[in-house]
Design a protein. Sequence first.
Length: 122
Amino acid sequence: MAVVNPVITAYVKKGWGPAQAFLVSWEGVTESDTCARYIAPVMNDGIISVDGTFGGTSVALHGSNDPADANFIVLKDIEDTVIGISAAGHSQVAQHPLQYKPVLTGGSGTTINIRLLLYGKG
């Protein structure tokens, strides 16, 4: 059981100043791992995508406005449905809290990659 820390990649459109998008990646996550939180900059939109071998695992995206690593709740997509991904795919995130973390439930033999793209609309 390991804690998987996110890897952050910033994307900047030349000449526009600070980053307009951040790709937050948790790579090679197994069913026994825990994903560390990511404290997000102010962004207007987000898309989560998951790929790999699921082995019966489901991935929910949780968020919290508590500055401590606490009080996370499951987030919803733009259709007001709880985000729960159990096969390769993606979902647009409707809520944008201070911090995010994916939570895995169930399964065995799981090795997945979770990517959260957060971006601003200029």
